[in-house]
Design a protein around this ligand. Structure first.
Ligand SMILES: Nc1ncnc2c1ncn2[C@@H]1O[C@H](COP(=O)(O)OP(=O)(O)O)[C@@H](O)[C@H]1O
Ligand SMILES: O=P(O)(O)OC[C@H]1O[C@](O)(COP(=O)(O)O)[C@@H](O)[C@@H]1O
Length: 303
């Protein structure tokens, strides 16, 4: 079974505002709510690709209830741990450019933390765990590193999609996949990355620390893939961006779904890029039909 873990889920509140002016009264022309947070997005997209997951993590209050109901109505299994404080709301402001304001999230107690670790310890060698997103301030900074150690002991495949700070703590851990964007990759190595050659070189460094597959995403500029046998750059399909929130999570889900079906890295990376773009060109996450239509427009070149 594939598990996703979202320590800090969110309701993503999308607001379209024409000509946004800071410090003024602005009125939105269109709004939407989505159940979000990186692991939850991975579960939601995998379901659209007919891959079952169980979503783990913390939810609370009326916002947490919305997330639970959204997953249940989509037929996604979950074993959320209920907490007292409400799940956060992240504001995504669309006004020509995309501005995001993500909440800090609720506090997690020591008991609630122990419950999550019990769940993770019960995973075995036929399972995979996608640990994704920002950790609330109340949890220990090395939480993902501890999860990675448990997964290594139990032979569970571990995938991380986190900020550069959390990824730094994971360096040296055995992982199947990581997907930083190029800004996060630069932060990880305390540098500013300005060329494809630098991206490939730092992605290789990351791979050499014990990560089987490294995808570095670059928004509309495409993505780079590095593993022991391959290094590719992908061009993205062309389209009109509607809402790129969840594009990175869609890449992770697309890669896992296609790799699970084909065992082939070229197909998995191509599908990952198509999934990211399908989401960027949709109001919500991309759907299967759209992703498959975009696959033929993704070009890989060996680098
Ligand atoms: N403007 C865009 N045009 C086409 N594809 C996009 C665009 N933005 C994102 N994508 C797709 O989604 C992937 C992930 O996007 P990115 O913004 O790099 O991730 P993250 O949200 O994690 O920062 C990209 O590699 C690309 O395939
Ligand atoms: O946990 P973080 O880093 O605050 O990010 C949470 C946000 O990331 C998202 O999962 C989207 O992530 P991506 O755009 O990187 O795919 C949103 O649903 C959510 O609001």
């Amino acid at each position: 079974m594939n598990y996703t873990c979202t320590l800090n889920p969110s309701i993503d509140y999308i607001m379209h505002v024409d000509g946004f002016e800071a410090g003024d009264l602005n009125r939105a022309t269109q709004t939407a709510y989505f159940a979000g947070g990186k692991g939850i997005n991975v579960s939601r997209l995998l379901k659209r690709l007919d891959v079952d997951t169980t979503a783990l993590g913390y939810i609370g209050g009326f916002t947490g209830a919305f997330i639970r109901e959204t997953l249940e109505s989509a037929g996604i299994a979950h074993q959320f741990i209920e907490i007292n404080e409400p799940t956060r709301v992240n504001v995504k402001l669309k006004s020509g450019t995309e501005t995001e304001i993500n909440g800090p999230g609720p506090s997690i107690t020591t008991e609630q933390l122990a419950l999550l670790f019990e769940q993770i310890r019960s995973l075995g060698k036929h399972d995979a765990l996608v640990a994704a997103g920002n950790a609330p301030g109340s949890v220990p900074a090395d939480i993902y590193a501890r999860m990675a150690d448990i997964c290594e002991e139990n032979g569970t495949r571990f995938i991380a999609d986190t900020s550069s700070a959390a990824l730094r703590d994971l360096i040296g851990k055995r992982m199947f996949l990581v997907k930083p964007n190029h800004h996060e990759l630069g932060e990880l190595f305390d540098t500013t990355i300005s060329s494809i050659e630098e991206i490939v070189s730092y992605a290789r460094k990351l791979h050499e620390t014990g990560i089987d597959n490294v995808i570095v995403s670059m928004g509309g500029e495409g993505a780079v893939f590095v593993n022991k046998d391959h290094a590719w750059k992908a061009q993205t399909p062309k389209g009109t961006v509607k809402n790129s929130v969840g594009a990175g999570d869609s890449m992770v889900a697309g890669f896992l779904a296609a790799y699970e079906k084909s065992g082939d890295y070229e197909q998995a990376f191509t599908y990952a890029v198509a999934a990211g773009s399908a989401t960027a060109f949709s109001d919500d996450l991309g759907d299967r039909q759209y992703i498959e239509k975009l696959v033929s427009q993704v070009n890989l070149t060996s680098i």
